[in-house]
Write a protein that binds this ligand. Sequence first.
Ligand code: FA5
Length: 353
Amino acid sequence: MAMERESFLGQLDLISSQLKEKLAEVHSESELEKLRQEYFGKKGFLSSLLKKLGEFPSEERSELGKKANFVKEELMATFQVRERQLRYLRYERLAEEEWFDVTEPPLPFPEGYHKKGEGHIHPVSQVQKELEDIFTSMGFSILDGPQVETDFYNFGALNFTEDHPAREMQDTFYTNDGFLLRTHTSPVQVRAMQQLSPPFRIIVPGRVFRYEELDASHEHTFYQMEGMVIDREVSVGHLLFLMHTLLKEIFKQEVNIRLRPGYFPFVEPGFELDMLCLLCGGKGCSVCKQTGYVEVLPCGLVHPNVLRAGGLDPMKWQGAAFGLGLTRLVMLRYKIEDIRHFMSADPAFLRQF
Ligand code: FA5
């Protein structure tokens, strides 16, 4: 016998409330997987009910179909939230179990790796440390953020809509369970806004990843340093002052810069700050792709949607942010002509710095 409209809606309601109750009671990922099969599997409660849609006349079918899909999507979203909570709890348990002794002395370097007394800090870490000193002297705090990120922090909260072509410029590596390797240090902008109370100034040095075609200036794994100022009134003037100071201090000389419009969904207006290539003095080489300038500092004023995602009211707070290509800056400073040297296992490369 064909199903009645009311009975269909009643069952949909029942399935929805039952599943929500059960979700709250599930305490392991394996129990959660069982529940997924029970409800969303081929013969699951929800899938079986949805199959019955075919028994309704077409005008009722489209109304009921819409309702059922809405409920299904809502349930799947609740499911995902629970899934993340359980995974997070598992990671927390792991972190507690897998502690190690940070005070243990390191193993000695292999024989012949470097001569006695020759060991030193990696060039990227050297420049990072100098930048940290410059910024902390200007009242900035240093923050860190996860390298394995969620789509929300890496893209969504930064005003990249689901299908926006700007996502293509930052393709990345995805894990099987829905995480990604962060493509920039900008996700920490939103994390900082959620955790600190404004006004504040932060820098975020860190490792980032991209699915890239490799060449002299592109690696799949490299370093960036984010900077962000949140205050009542922040202007492009503040941004320029900060960036000019930073470049002058790092290169210990006056630097020749140019500003041009740049597009990033999370700033408005957005700019690209380029610096005259110190490797070729502007004549053109492989690092500046024969243009004479190297882009070092994309920046802009924080977009109101990003302030909102961080829980701040754009009518009360303003922000400026920049994303320094740290590895490229190190290349300019030490006149390294190919970024791929950083990944080479040859200790002769690192001995030079
Ligand atoms: C960004 O990553 C933005 N998050 C920067 C930003 C922050 C803009 C805050 C506005 C406000 P972009 O994709 O251009 O932007 O990368 C930033 C810098 O990282 C580049 O200028 C460049 O110096 C460096 N970079 C980008 N891709 C690579 C790569 N594959 N290898 C090495 N360095 C890279």
